[in-house]
Design a protein around this ligand. Structure first.
Ligand SMILES: *Cc1c(COP(=O)(O)O)cnc(C)c1O
Length: 392
């Protein structure tokens, strides 16, 4: 069983593919035909790896969390994606895609964003590499995420409000797709997670796979073996998790755990736990698990963390779930909050609310004293200070 790579049509088992309007065929086919050759070329890799090292600040540390390990009586290592430039893993993908767009001769970048993190990462890459950047964002999210809107504007991006539907992330995606249809020659659409039509899930997973590549090298140096007993990451669309799992999915002895946002509880009607609540459907161009009504209307998700507030999950993860290669936990808002405060007090690290969902797995599962447990700390908590202060 191949978990890592999709087949030539972009399928991971029964999930994936490219379900798009005919008007988008030229753009998507261009990408499908060229992405592997470009991103695997020596020339591309030289430029990309140089930026990851000298601009993003990679390799990020793999930190042995001594106090947290003592508390949970196991060996916990944190992969510090929070130390990346712009504060999360999203820059790994944004930089890679903007570099790819340049090689495709594009001059204009569009992106969607919910909380604004992906918008900031994309605007950053565009400022650095000199491309025009337009970010679609739900009108309600623009109000809720003022600091990130300000960052994007300062970076030179144009932030366009999506005013249809619920005026949130899925409406921003629809606006971005409409823009792409209208500007196929000049424009590349930088999707922010392992979602969307083939080849986006594979493209984004490959750019994020640097996370597990580094974990292997770092563990080898620290403990003399490349493989931990467990890897754990939170899943919104699933890009930090795909990066954390990528080089371990074919290694049978490594157990894989994904943490989804349970919101107020899986059966509360206010949740974003897609593997628990979702059914087979098509969302944003690919077939996967989707939170939807019986007649296929997307159900509004809820999570305390904006980055996990998504009604779907990437096809890579839907496949891991279906095949039971990964174990999924649903973490509620209050459980994530508790773990954010715990990490802060024990280790002096303020994590993003998203990442705190991954930490909360420590309360759900019993690990042995000598288990090596690697948790992806996908981002830093600066953006969540308002929520944290309210709950102090
Ligand atoms: C956006 C975000 C996530 C969720 O996105 P994935 O694609 O599932 O990784 C998780 N953590 C942080 C810090 C984020 O900004």
């Amino acid at each position: 069983m191949n978990y890592k790579n999709p087949d030539e049509n972009g399928y991971y088992g029964e999930f994936g593919g490219a379900f798009i309007p005919e008007m988008l065929y030229p753009n998507v086919e261009e990408l499908q035909k060229s992405y592997l050759e470009i991103i695997e070329s020596e020339d591309f890799q030289a430029e990309y790896q140089d930026l990851l090292k000298n601009y993003v600040g990679r390799a990020t540390p793999l930190y042995f969390a001594k106090n947290l390990s003592q508390k949970y009586q196991t060996q916990i290592y944190l992969k510090r994606e929070d130390l990346n430039h712009t504060g999360a893993h999203k820059i790994n993908n944004a930089l890679g895609q903007v570099l790819l767009a340049k090689r495709l001769g594009k001059t204009r970048i569009i992106a969607e964003t919910g909380a604004g993190q992906h918008g900031v990462a994309t605007a950053t890459a565009c400022a650095l590499l000199g491309l025009k950047c337009i970010v679609y964002m739900g009108e309600i999210d623009i109000q809720r995420q003022a600091p990130n809107v300000a960052r994007m504007k300062m970076l030179g991006a144009e932030v366009v409000p999506a005013t249809s539907g619920s005026k949130t992330l899925k409406d921003a995606v629809n606006e971005a797709l409409r823009d792409w249809i209208n500007n196929p020659q000049t424009t590349h659409y930088v999707i922010g997670s392992v979602v969307g039509p083939h080849p986006f899930p594979d493209l984004v997973a490959r750019f994020q796979s640097i996370i597990s590549k580094e974990i292997k090298e770092q563990l080898k140096k620290k403990i003399g073996r490349e493989n931990p007993d467990y890897v754990i990451a939170c899943v919104g669309g699933g890009s930090n998790a795909a990066g954390t799992f990528y080089h371990f999915v074919e290694e049978k002895e490594v157990k894989i755990i994904a943490a989804e946002a349970g919101g107020l509880g899986v059966s509360s009607g206010k949740s974003a736990a897609t593997t628990f609540l979702g059914t087979l459907g098509v969302l944003h161009g690919s077939k996967s698990l989707v939170m939807q009504t019986e007649d296929g209307q997307v159900i509004e998700p809820h999570s305390i963390s904006a980055g996990l507030d998504y009604p779907g999950i990437g096809p890579f993860h839907a496949h891991l779930f279906k095949e039971k290669r990964a174990e999924f936990f649903s973490i509620n808002d209050d459980e994530a909050l508790k773990c954010a405060f715990e990490l802060t007090r024990l280790e002096g690290i303020i994590p993003a609310l998203e990442s705190s969902h991954a930490l909360a797995v420590l309360d759900k599962k019993k690990f042995n004293a000598n288990d090596v447990v690697v948790i992806c700390l996908s981002g830093r908590g600066d953006k969540d200070m308002e929520t944290y202060l309210k709950n102090l």
